[in-house]
Design a protein around this ligand. Sequence first.
Ligand SMILES: C[S@@+](CC[C@H](N)C(=O)[O-])C[C@H]1O[C@@H](n2cnc3c(N)ncnc32)[C@H](O)[C@@H]1O
Length: 249
Amino acid sequence: MSVFKQKVEYSFDRGSVNYDSYSKLQKDVLKELLHFFSQEFKDNKIEKSLLELGSGTGESFKMISKKLSLKKIHLIDISKKMIDKSRIKILDKRVGFYHKDFDTLQNFGDFDLIFSNMSIHWSNDLSKLLKRILNTIKKNSHLIVSFPNSKSFNDIEESQKKYINHFPEIGDLIKIFDNDKFFFKLKEKVHKQSFRNFFHFLKNLKLTGANVSNNKISNSRGIFEIRDYKKTINTSFNISYLFLKKIRD
Ligand SMILES: C[S@@+](CC[C@H](N)C(=O)[O-])C[C@H]1O[C@@H](n2cnc3c(N)ncnc32)[C@H](O)[C@@H]1O
C-alpha cells in the first residue's frame, strides 16, 4: 500500500471516533445527493444490489436503505475502524462489510447501483477508477456519487492550500462519459462553512479524518505557520453531484 493510502487509512481510523458528531458537511451533501437521486431515479420498486465505496460509519447506507428496496449490499472502506463502527450500527443480514481499498476493485458488474458520498476523491487516480466502473457495469446499472471538486477553497490563501487535499477537476472527468452509452446529469452546489481561524478549520477536518493532504509540504514551518494565520476562514466546498445510468452496452 502506498504511503498516501497508509496515511488515509490511519487518519480515518482516528476520525472514526468522532466522525458522526463532526461530519455536518458530509451529512448535508448526503441529503442533497439523495434528493438529486430521487428526482432522477424512477425504478425504485425493483430490488437492487448495492456497492458503496468509502462507506464510513454506515450513515449513508442507513439513509439509502430507507429509499430503496435492496438485496445484496457491499460496504467497502479502507479504514478498518470505520468498517468496525458500521458493523456495530448496521444489524442487517443482507449487508457484507469489507475492509478494502476501492482502487483495487476491477469489476463492478455484480451491482445495480454503485453509490459513494464524499469518498471517491481519495482515489489515487479518479479517472482510472471511473473508467473501470463505466467499462464493467451492466446495462441499466447506476452510478451515484458526490465529491468536492477543484473549485473548492477558492477563498483560502494560496500559502494555506498546501495543507489541504487537491480535489478532482470536473472537466477532466466529463471527458470519460460517452453520451451514446450513458445518460448522466451533473450538478454543482457550493456548501459554505466558517471557522474561527485556519487552525480550527484544519482541526475540524482532523476530527472527521479528512485532514490528509496529497500536496507536498515544503519550506513550511508547520504548526507555527498554521498558528500565524489569525483571520476567520469563510470557506466554500464546491461539491459535484453525479447521477449516471448505463443505457447501452
Ligand atoms: C468523508 S468519509 C465519507 C463516509 C460516508 N460515505 C459518509 O457519507 O459519511 C470518506 C470515507 O472514504 C474512505 N476511503 C478513503 N479512501 C478510500 C479507499 N481508497 N478505499 C475505500 N475507502 C476509502 C475513508 O476511510 C472514509 O471512511
